[in-house]
Write a protein that binds this ligand. Structure first.
Ligand code: UD1
Length: 338
């Protein structure tokens, strides 16, 4: 059985990917510091997939801990999810973001050179494009200056991977540039678990509908879009998890065209904030309390993916629509409340 290391594997996207990898017959080792996730997630991964992944509690900035992790588990491939990801927080604590996001990757790469690791799949983000001039964005759309320290860490990490692949032909890497992940596993056993007040739209919506938040604030309705609210490409977290399975297989089966590759992982369809609210209301049967307020600093107007390269080259395509995202997110929220 091929052993895959998932850093950040108890987190939102990591846990869904663990389930899909186990289903495909991979052995999953999770390393997570539990700073933004809960150990109980392991029980739920086990309940869905029938297998409990190995678990190592580790902050990847800890070099010695990384050495021990690789000595114990020697993975054949790595999926590196573990990172800090709140745009607003990164503006206030940039050093923390550079420390965690860059040093974790550097330590992983350093260890990867000492073991026969085939490659690494990296959690990148559409944030690397900034506010693009032409939509949809293809993989060749040039990076704009990052809008936040968080976005900058994703750009820098991609550059580190690219440079490292150039100098080390034995190491392979694939960056997956996620658009906006949403939804939860259909079992409602795993999903997004935001600590404190959610910064992201979908968990804020479900918490408002559940009565945990008073109302949703819609950040701006004076954008140059059809209904005035900002547009994003929301992708179901299970589709996103499946993209990781395909990427890992591509590494392990030597199917890469270059030893550093990068793909847009979205649906190709943009939805406005108001469209998301309507889809939620339809899926849940709830009426959502919301109010339009000022634009949020740092938000871009709109972004959505051209996914044709990922579709043709990876043979992967997002299959779940917005309503399925909202339906599963709501079921997950109801489960959390119990
Ligand atoms: C951003 C990043 C994404 C990153 C994610 C992590 C960009 C383009 N995207 O996503 O790469 O992975 O953060 O956190 O930089 N909204 C409201 N009210 C709310 C919350 C959000 O109206 O209470 C609106 C936002 O203004 C935005 C949309 O909903 O238009 C989505 O926001 P959010 O879920 O926070 O994601 P992004 O900011 O797009």
């Amino acid at each position: 059985m091929k052993k895959i290391l998932l850093t950040g594997g108890t987190g939102y996207i990591g846990s869904h990917t663990a389930v899909e990898l186990i289903r495909e017959g991979f052995e999953v080792v999770i390393a997570d510091d539990l700073s933004n996730s809960n150990i109980d997630v392991l029980d739920n991964i086990q309940e869905i997939s029938g297998t409990r992944p190995s678990f190592v509690r580790l902050d990847l900035r800890d070099k010695k801990g990384c050495q021990a992790l690789f000595a114990q588990h020697a993975p054949e491939a790595i999926i590196h999810f573990a990172a800090k990801k709140a745009v607003g927080e990164s503006v206030h604590q940039p050093l923390l973001y550079y420390d965690v996001n860059l040093n974790s990757l550097l330590n992983l790469l350093e260890q990867s050179e000492k073991y026969p690791v085939k490659g690494i799949v990296f959690s990148s983000s559409c944030t690397v494009y900034g506010q693009p001039e032409i939509l949809p964005v293809t993989e060749l759309t040039p990076f704009q200056a990052a809008e936040s320290p968080y976005g900058n860490t994703k750009q820098i990490c991609e550059e580190i991977l690219h440079d490292n692949c150039r100098s080390n032909p034995n190491l392979n890497a694939i960056s997956l540039r996620y658009f906006n992940p949403a939804g939860a596993h259909p079992s409602a056993l795993i999903g997004e678990l935001p600590l404190g007040v959610p910064a992201n739209l979908v968990p804020f919506i479900t918490q408002t509908a559940a009565g945990i938040r008073e109302e949703l604030k819609v950040f701006g309705d004076d954008y140059p879009t059809p209904d005035g609210t900002a547009i994003r490409d929301y992708i179901h977290v299970v589709d996103l998890a499946l993209a990781h399975v395909v990427a890992v297989k591509r590494l392990l089966e030597n199917k890469q065209k270059n030893n550093y590759e990068f793909f847009n992982i979205g649906t190709g369809k943009g939805y406005s904030v108001l469209e998301v609210i309507r889809a939620f209301e339809k899926a849940s049967g709830q009426t959502l309390a919301y109010r339009v307020v000022e634009r949020r600093a740092g938000d871009i107007v709109q972004i959505y993916a051209d996914t044709s390269f990922a579709n043709s080259e990876l043979g992967w395509k997002a299959e779940r629509g917005l309503e399925e995202m909202m339906d599963s997110a709501w079921k997950w929220q109801l489960k959390l409340k119990k």
